[in-house]
Design a protein around this ligand. Structure first.
Ligand SMILES: *[C@@H]1O[C@H](CO)[C@@H](O)[C@H](O)[C@H]1NC(C)=O
Ligand SMILES: *[C@@H]1O[C@H](CO)[C@@H](O)[C@H](O)[C@H]1NC(C)=O
Ligand SMILES: *[C@@H]1O[C@H](CO)[C@@H](O)[C@H](O)[C@H]1NC(C)=O
Ligand SMILES: *[C@@H]1O[C@H](CO)[C@@H](O)[C@H](O)[C@H]1NC(C)=O
Ligand SMILES: *[C@@H]1O[C@H](CO)[C@@H](O)[C@H](O)[C@H]1NC(C)=O
Length: 631
């Protein structure tokens, strides 16, 4: 009898039937509906296939089952939310925003960029390059860089006649009297529209375009672990003692590089530069800052797994792997929330707005009615960072002596550069010694004119940002001011106090009415939030998402009531962690660093210090007493 029962139980277990969800709507669908997507070969995008949720399991790689009532939310290819409804020319036909309130044409994106942002090189005395890398890395966790790959490699004709017939193409016209290109003869920047549920075919073309990306909308180190468990299993896991796959070359540890499979690193200068990381996500080989951060967190996973194995020799690969991943993600978010964001947004502001926990203990503010989704506004406004990106990457030796420099745009899609001439050592040293661009109204010349380095004759990343503002159909800047700060803006002069008078004057020059001001344009010229360093509307749109992450992520590391939660002492260990520690542990040749490495080394409190003085995690807190019992 008992055997029979057991047998039944086992068959039930083995017969787990996956459930299909419509990726846009988030509801389960029938096999027939799935077949109709199969017939059009778009199931990968339009359908999430999910194994039934187990409320006691930890965070899934694909983000599913984060919300037990809406299992597909949190997974890849699920929609963004919008804080304000979309705004397109009336009647909504082409879903374009080309008309000002008066019915005249909106000013060209490139024209606005050249009028609203100056170009020059002003190094920040406050932030290091590392701060920008970390900011970029956090942004990359939830979005996609495929838009750029699209117009550079897949549709390289947007500025040509052929581009006029391709509905994906959205090139940017350059005005005749452009301050730079009146001399170059270049009249057009290549660009494509972002991929949407409509462009893929998941939703009818006549409906309002909704962006689709592969990243999970959670801050879960997607760049390292990927968004699909199959990719992680094949490209990531070693399946031994919890480790990720790795290679050792010239004494350095790297993620695996298949020299033949991955053709993304088109910038590699062969035959010397061959490294190209074959990891679960393409993001690992894109921008230099993102590649570097990915390598560090990849190594960090293995370091954690080894430490855990020292403490708990009875743990199997699965236990070591999932625990190491959980700790790595916790460290990532601890750095994002408690170290990086306060330096830009202001610590007092974040405490007041409930983004930072006022105490070191647990924080359980999970709310299952709020789905794990990302706002389109948040993922978009982070592009403001382009204005503070430094164009020149400086390299230093471990004693802080300057060695050489390279334009950072030359390193895009060129992971191989890191692995020759000890470059990774020197770039790592430079990351915490060189300043980023200053937070001002001045953008680096490379960002403004050759943002895609060798891949385009000319590219202005901020012109593209402003143009995308209109393709996404964001409401006017002043509407966001209203929802953020509750004050109506009825005329340009109501912007006094929010924007400096000289920049209000430029806005009056370039826009007909205050309602025409694009969201990104307003953010470019805004004054910083009091007690912080970023534009006030940017602040508002970022903290909205930072809060949503905490309340909507059931596996948020500060919770005591999540499956396999940390205990109080383990959380206290995580809270000690800093970016300086990460570099001490896994950065090449780092034996001393300033404790607050997102800020330039200065004064008594933030001078370059031996790594032994930088707090570290005691993995003894993860000691599992059942290991002793089994021995
Ligand atoms: C969705 O799942 C529920 C519960 O399992 C089931 O009752 C319902 O029939 C399913 N709907 C579809 C369209 O398959
Ligand atoms: C189906 O889609 C996948 C990925 O989206 C693609 O790699 C494959 O080539 C497509 N197959 C066909 C027959 O179009
Ligand atoms: C959860 O969020 C919903 C929607 O915002 C809100 O109405 C509700 O009060 C929240 N619940 C808790 C316990 O905070
Ligand atoms: C950077 O790339 C440009 C071409 O895109 C090239 O002319 C220049 O020499 C490169 N600079 C370095 C330092 O490699
Ligand atoms: C746009 O792409 C085409 C085709 O690759 C290229 O010839 C042209 O130089 C690009 N435009 C710019 C401004 O780089």
């Amino acid at each position: 009898m008992l055997a029979l029962l057991l047998l039944q139980f086992v068959t039930v277990l083995c017969d787990v039937k996956t459930i299909f969800y419509d990726s846009y709507r988030g509801v389960n669908i029938t096999d027939d509906e799935v077949k109709s997507y199969d017939a059009r070969n778009i199931t990968f995008w339009c359908v999430n296939e999910i194994e039934p949720c187990d409320p006691l399991e930890g965070r899934r790689v694909d983000g599913s089952c984060n919300n037990l009532e809406k299992p597909s939310r949190g997974a890849s290819h699920t929609p963004f939310i919008r804080l304000l409804p979309p705004y397109f020319d009336y009647p909504f036909k082409n879903f374009e925003h080309t008309k000002a309130a008066s019915g005249n044409s909106m000013p060209l994106a490139r024209y606005l960029r050249t009028r609203l942002l100056s170009v020059g090189k002003v190094p920040s005395q406050r932030y290091t390059q590392l701060a920008l890398y970390a900011f970029l890395f956090m942004a990359a966790d939830g979005t996609s860089l495929h838009d750029t790959i699209n117009f550079v490699f897949w549709r390289p004709y947007c500025c040509f006649e052929k581009g006029k017939k391709d509905q994906y193409c959205a090139p940017n016209k350059i005005p005749d009297d452009d301050p730079v290109h009146r001399f170059s003869g270049i009249r057009c920047f290549n660009m494509t529209k972002p991929e949407t549920f409509q462009s893929i075919g998941c939703l009818p073309k006549e409906t309002i375009p909704e962006r689709i990306v592969s990243s999970t909308p959670l801050l879960d180190l997607s760049t390292v672990y990927g968004n699909f468990v199959e990719n992680l299993d094949v490209k990531g896991r070693l399946f031994q003692v919890g480790l990720l796959k790795y290679e050792v070359a010239h004494g350095r540890v790297w993620p695996p590089s298949s020299k033949t499979l991955n053709n993304l690193c088109v910038g590699n200068q062969l035959p010397r530069e061959t490294r190209c990381h074959d990891m679960p996500e393409d993001g690992a080989n894109t921008l230099a800052g993102i590649s570097l951060m990915t390598i560090w967190y990849w190594r960090n996973h293995n370091l954690i797994a080894k430490e855990l194995f020292k403490v708990n020799s009875c743990w199997d690969d699965e236990m070591l792997f999932t625990t190491a991943r959980d700790i790595n993600i916790a460290i990532f978010n601890q750095i994002n929330y408690y170290e990086l964001m306060p330096l830009f947004l202001g610590c007092g502001n974040l405490l007041r707005d409930g983004i930072l926990s006022p105490s070191a203990g647990f924080r359980d503010i999970y709310n299952k009615t709020i789905e794990p989704r990302m706002s389109l506004e948040y993922s978009f406004v982070l592009r403001w960072m382009h204005t503070i990106q430094e164009g020149t990457l400086k390299m230093f030796d471990p004693y802080g002596f300057y060695l050489k420099q390279v334009p950072i745009v030359n390193l895009t899609l060129r992971t191989g550069y890191l692995a020759v001439d000890n470059n990774i050592d020197y770039i790592t040293q430079g990351s915490f010694r060189q300043g980023s661009g200053k937070v001002d109204y001045i953008a680096d010349p490379d960002m403004a004119d050759r943002a895609l380095g060798p891949y385009q004759k000319a590219a202005d990343v901020m012109t593209n940002d402003l143009a995308k503002n209109r393709h996404f159909g964001f409401q006017p800047y002043i509407r966001y001011r209203e929802i953020c700060f509750g004050k109506l803006i009825r005329m340009f002069d109501d912007l006094r106090g929010i924007i400096d008078p000289e920049r209000i004057e430029i806005l009056k020059d370039v826009y007909e009415k205050e309602i025409d001001i694009d969201l990104m344009a307003g953010i470019w010229v805004e004054k910083p939030i009091p007690e912080g360093y970023v534009p006030s509307t940017l602040y508002c749109l970022i903290i909205d998402q930072l809060r949503r992450n905490i309340v909507s992520d059931r596996h948020w590391y500060e919770r005591s009531k999540r499956p396999r939660a940390f205990n109080e002492r383990q959380l206290a260990e995580i809270r000690k962690y800093t970016i300086a520690r990460l570099l001490c542990d896994v950065g090449d040749t780092v034996s001393s660093i300033q404790p607050q490495a997102f800020l330039k080394a200065r004064g008594k409190n933030n001078k370059i210090t031996k790594c032994s003085k930088i707090p570290k995690i005691h993995y003894g807190q993860w000691f599992d007493s059942t290991c002793n019992l089994s021995r």
